[in-house]
Design a protein around this ligand. Structure first.
Ligand SMILES: Cc1cc2nc3c(=O)[nH]c(=O)nc-3n(C[C@H](O)[C@H](O)[C@H](O)COP(=O)(O)OP(=O)(O)OC[C@H]3O[C@@H](n4cnc5c(N)ncnc54)[C@H](O)[C@@H]3O)c2cc1C
Length: 387
């Protein structure tokens, strides 16, 4: 007989709600708590890139169709190194795995993501949502307590878990824009000396702009008139891309790397951005959170079937998650170190990387695989080679 498990999730951001939904689908009782109501939770203005590995998780829970209907699939990802004037193109044929989708990834608006999850959640009899601030981490009614309370996790502080923090020299400016000269099938990562610019297609001519630069530059740009802002953006984009209209308010936020020295304490598990936070280059943020969920579902399933003890679950979750965190830290920091500068000493390496990306399917598969699957890339790649 399966073991009955009761859990509490503190935080109903994208990680907390999706975790609640997938655990409930596995027959686990979940109390989900957030300071904010769902109305408030939907208000954030941002968009997320969803990779194949996140899609696989949603598909395995039979909830992908709901997300796909509200997201925009893109089949091409352009990476341009503006300083050395080289570009590389990734397409769905560069994805590891036979019979992959025709898309490299999908972009979904925050409101659509939360609304879809809320609808699924409402239909689940195993999830109860409570709106309150929750700092009770010793409640004996639960087998596990998940801290999905975001980057400035209060639970982490209450548990006295120290956190490695590095402030990036770059901050981020985000806004939605209308862009001419391209198609909704294309996403862009434009590497500039002052920081990368990501253009994420939301459908039609609408794109989410994520523009990294020094805090002073971001702040100055956020205060420019709409026309001056669009002019400056045009100057920073590859030739032919024409930003036309600014759709919403520009927002500026500082960027930090956070890695706690422990991911579990007692029966509390840090998950999502309470467990890691990185620079948005490479689109890893939410996908890394979703990979935490995938790991938890896999391990909890073993506990339910009496094949794993709770103690072992906590240990394995920490090991697997730290490997993933390490890989993302190396990937994001390498991109920032090598590409966010004008140091001529790095130019030969940058030329070589762009040359190889254009010539080598193997390299494109490894890089796209690392961004898509995390540490599972090599296993996926080996299984593809065996086929
Ligand atoms: C300003 C900003 C802009 C971003 N833009 C992008 C973007 O454009 N694209 C992208 O992919 N990613 C973006 N990110 C990153 C992305 O938002 C995160 O990856 C994602 O939100 C992580 O989700 P989470 O659920 O782990 O944490 P959060 O989304 O931070 O959710 C944490 C939740 O916990 C709740 N909470 C906290 N403490 C308590 C408590 N004590 N009791 C109850 N509830 C509590 C909060 O109310 C919140 O709802 C951005 C991040 C920030 C800060």
């Amino acid at each position: 007989m399966n073991r009955t498990i009761r859990t509490k999730i503190i935080g109903a951001g994208p990680t907390g709600i999706l975790l609640a939904v997938v655990l409930a689908k596995k027959g686990i009782y979940v109390d989900l708590v957030d300071i904010n109501s769902f109305k408030e939770l939907k208000k954030r203005r941002r968009a997320y890139a969803i990779t194949q590995s996140s899609k696989d998780l949603l598909s395995s829970m039979q909830i992908w169709d709901e997300f796909e209907a509200l997201s925009n699939g893109f089949s091409k990802l352009y990476v341009c190194d503006i300083e050395i004037d080289k570009k590389a193109l990734f397409s769905s044929s560069d994805l590891i795995g036979i019979g992959r989708s025709k898309y490299v990834g999908w972009i979904i608006d925050h409101k659509n993501l939360i609304e879809t999850l809320e609808n699924i959640l409402k239909n689940s009899r195993k999830i109860e949502f409570f709106q309150r601030e929750d700092n009770n981490i010793t409640d004996p009614n639960y087998d596990f307590i998940f801290a999905a309370d975001g980057p400035s996790s209060n639970v982490r502080s209450l548990l006295e878990i120290k956190t490695y923090t590095k402030k990036y020299k770059q901050s981020c400016l985000t806004a939605k824009i209308l862009l001419r000269g391209t198609s909704p099938q294309k996403a862009y990562e434009i590497l500039h000396s002052e920081g990368p610019i990501a253009l994420l297609p939301l459908g039609g001519d609408m794109f989410q702009l994520v523009w990294s630069a020094t805090y002073e530059s971001c702040l100055r740009r956020s205060k420019l008139s709409e026309l001056d802002f669009l002019d400056e953006l045009t100057l920073n984009l590859p030739y032919g891309l024409n930003p036309d209209i600014l759709i919403d308010k520009r927002k500026v936020f500082p960027l930090e790397m956070n890695i706690p020295y422990k991911l579990t304490k007692g029966k509390v598990i840090l998950i999502g951005e309470s467990a890691h936070r990185f620079h948005p280059v490479g689109g890893q943020g939410l996908n890394l959170c979703f990979r935490d969920i995938k790991r938890i579902v896999y391990l909890v399933n073993k506990v339910q079937r009496h094949k794993l003890s709770i103690k072992k679950l906590l240990k394995l979750y920490s090991i697997y998650t730290y490997i993933d965190i390490l890989q993302v830290a190396i990937l994001t920091d390498s991109l920032i170190i090598f590409f966010s500068n004008k140091l001529k000493v790095f130019y030969p390496l940058r030329h070589t990387i762009m040359f190889l990306l254009n010539r080598s399917l193997f390299l494109r598969k490894i890089l796209l695989g690392a961004m898509t699957y995390g540490p599972m890339t090599f296993l996926k790649f080996l299984s593809e080679l065996r086929k």
